[in-house]
Design a binder for this molecule. Structure first.
Ligand code: PMP
Length: 390
């Protein structure tokens, strides 16, 4: 068992050791740790829905009505009546024929990609795609061809130059989780059409965030009909838990019969499904939440940029502050933590070496004043560390 200690010592030596921290979520955007309250600029609870009274009450009512667990997998006895409401509601939200819920977004990517692609097929995958996409590609045993991040000339060249006996598939994040940039979907969709490739978009960070009513990346670009397979999560902006795939009825029936991560796991609990349904009701009630999110994101991004911080342009609530070395990113995050601000340091292997960063995320529940004060604290520390470029 010596390999265990060798691995852990190496991780400590390289500033790559990871630990879980118990965060008591007192309210969206704030957590309590060891009795102290922190401003949380590191959450995917984009619309603050985790604490919305309607979601909480729906979860309680579902538990009292149907119990705490589903007690079975979806194809046996786990499909409780709330699934019959949520899946059509997701299809209406995405304006597709049908939708299917998975236990997590991770399992949705894993199951959908490995169900759609096989050893004769070729998958073209953006180099910054999420780990669950990478794992789905591996599990499929298809040849996976990685194109440079959002580089459409590279994708085009690879589509042209890669021989394929079976199907071609292109898979991309809609919003990239570590950089917050949006995939150039209209160009990708054009290439998919030209080369008869199936297009899969993972909208984990775009669901409830981008496009009219938070419908996602394809809706943001007005090309919903061009993306055959849309994946999303219920765990981020929707404040619940789970993943889903939306598309044609036939696609959903196929996935239901083929995706192993769907078939061989116990269905989600009634409380979770009820919360997700209530979240969709909130979203359909009006665009206010989605607009407020985008206003908060623009506010913080422009304050950081005006202060000379190394922050790329963008419109999503994921705002990377590029630091470079893993050690520097961890030190900066630690210093901010001491001041009551939580921003996650992201290091290899999550991002390439030399691109460690603080990954700041904004949510609707953040007030302008606390955001401004946080930016001032970040900038002051970064200046002390010699990181301010302006
Ligand atoms: N895709 C992306 C781009 C993600 O960032 C994540 C979560 N980090 C997932 C999929 C997985 O979603 P879930 O957390 O629901 O498993």
């Amino acid at each position: 068992m010596q390999f265990l200690s060798e691995f852990l010592e190496q991780a400590i030596a390289c500033d790559l050791y990871r630990r879980t921290v118990t965060c008591d979520p007192v309210a969206p955007g704030h957590v309590r740790i060891n009795g102290q309250t922190y401003l949380l600029l590191a959450s995917n609870n984009y619309l603050g829905l985790t604490h919305h009274p309607e979601l909480q009450q729906a979860a309680v009512k579902a538990t009292l009505t149907y119990g705490t667990g589903s007690g079975g997998s979806r194809l046996t006895t786990g499909t409780h009546p709330l699934f019959d409401e949520l899946e059509p509601a997701l299809a209406r939200f995405k304006e597709t024929e049908a939708a299917l819920v998975f236990n997590t977004g991770y399992m949705a990517n894993l199951g959908v990609i490995s169900a759609l692609a096989g050893p004769d097929d070729v998958i073209f995958s953006d180099e910054l795609n999420h780990a669950s996409i990478i794992d789905g590609c591996r599990l499929s045993r298809a040849q996976t061809v990685i194109y440079r991040h959002a580089d459409m000339a590279d994708l085009h060249g690879l589509l042209q130059g890669t021989a394929c006996r079976g199907k071609r598939l292109i898979v991309t994040d809609g919003v990239f989780s570590m950089d917050g940039d949006i995939a150039p979907l209209p160009v990708i969709a054009g290439l998919a059409e030209k080369y008869h490739a199936l297009l899969i978009v993972d909208d984990a960070h775009a669901t409830g965030v981008l496009g009219p009513g938070g419908q996602g990346t394809a809706a943001h670009f007005g090309i919903k009909h061009k993306v055959q397979v849309q994946i999303g999560t219920l765990s981020k902006a929707l404040g619940a838990e789970g993943g889903f795939v939306a598309g044609s009825k036939e696609l959903i029936e196929y996935i239901k019969n083929k995706a192993r991560s769907f078939i061989f796991s116990t269905a989600l609990a009634p409380a979770t499904i009820a919360a997700a349904l209530a979240a969709l009701r909130q979203l359909s009630a009006g665009p206010d939440m989605v607009n407020k999110l985008s206003e908060n994101a623009n506010y913080v991004r422009s304050l950081l940029q005006a202060a000379g911080m190394p922050v790329p342009g963008g419109v999503t609530p994921i705002i990377p502050i590029m630091v470079g070395e893993a050690g520097a990113a961890v030190r900066l995050a630690d210093e901010l933590y001491k001041q009551g601000i939580i921003i996650t340091a992201i290091r290899p292997p999550t991002v390439p070496c030399g691109t460690s960063r603080l990954r700041l995320t904004v949510i609707t529940a953040h007030e302008r004043d606390e955001l401004r004060q946080a930016v001032e604290a970040i900038t002051a520390k970064a200046r002390q560390f010699g990181m301010v470029v302006g």
